[in-house]
Ligand binder design. Structure first.
Ligand SMILES: *Cc1c(COP(=O)(O)O)cnc(C)c1O
Length: 232
């Protein structure tokens, strides 16, 4: 089994290769190490190997790890966020990837204002319309953008999706392509607090396909740390 630093090296080389092939700029790709269930020591190992951004899917885990890692890494909330927990992470995360309701947007706006900050968010899209996943339908996106444009303590910085798991990741390609095309369309519009800067798509199984289709932010857990062990 590879070490954490070897895994990161492999992934970075793959990102570089795809960037070269596709004429993309490697420096514009963010590799988020997904650290759910992973302990501080191993996360620090990843940081020492060149990781600057870590992703957690639970508010509680961000709170548990924040003090140890706040000086070393940016935190991303990538999992479903309940409105009543926004207050705990509003001043701790660089980006909330999982905004999937107008009421959540309102709450984030309210808490950001109170904390005298601007919250950076992505809107999560359930492109494949899976019942088991959060996210809005792609056809709802325009109304979300419109709504967000009226909230002055949030800044929409892009879109996020989780593709269904396919044995053959090629099957996710059309999903990524679909979202990239919407992202490009929105990039052309001009709203003050809406900017298409990050397209967060691609995980261990499908990040290469996602990058080929224009993702600039990938979220990789297993590919860096190995299989997760859940203590339930
Ligand atoms: C767990 C998780 C990932 C990483 O999944 P891997 O398959 O381990 O790379 C990415 N995004 C989200 C939202 C996750 O919850």
């Amino acid at each position: 089994m590879n070490s954490i630093s070897e895994n990161i090296e492999i992934i970075k080389n793959e990102i570089k290769e795809i960037c070269n092939k596709k004429g993309m700029n490697y420096d514009e790709i963010t590799l988020i190490a997904v650290t759910k269930t992973i302990g501080i020591m191993r996360i620090k190992e990843a940081i020492a190997s060149g990781i600057n951004d870590i992703g957690e899917n639970k508010v509680q885990e961000i709170m548990d790890k924040y003090e140890d890692l706040k000086e070393l890494s940016n935190f991303h909330l990538i999992g479903h966020l309940q409105s009543n927990k926004v207050k705990y992470i509003i001043d701790k995360v660089k980006l909330i990837h999982s905004v999937d309701s107008l009421s959540l947007m309102d709450e984030i706006n309210k808490r950001a204002k109170k904390a005298e900050t601007i919250a950076n968010i992505l809107i999560q899209i359930n492109v494949a319309r899976e019942d088991t996943k959060f996210g809005i339908g792609i056809e709802e996106l325009d109304s979300y953008i419109e709504y967000a444009s009226k909230l002055d303590s949030i800044r929409v910085q892009g879109l996020m999706t989780i593709a269904p798991y396919f044995e053959d990741a090629e099957e996710a390609r059309s999903i990524f392509r679909n979202l990239k095309s919407k992202y490009d369309e929105l990039s052309k519009r001009d709203y003050g607090n809406i900017e298409m800067k990050f397209l967060s798509m691609g995980m261990t199984n499908d990040y290469k396909i996602a990058l080929e289709e224009g993702s600039n932010m990938i979220r990789v857990g297993t590919g860096i740390f190995g299989k997760r062990i859940y203590n339930l």
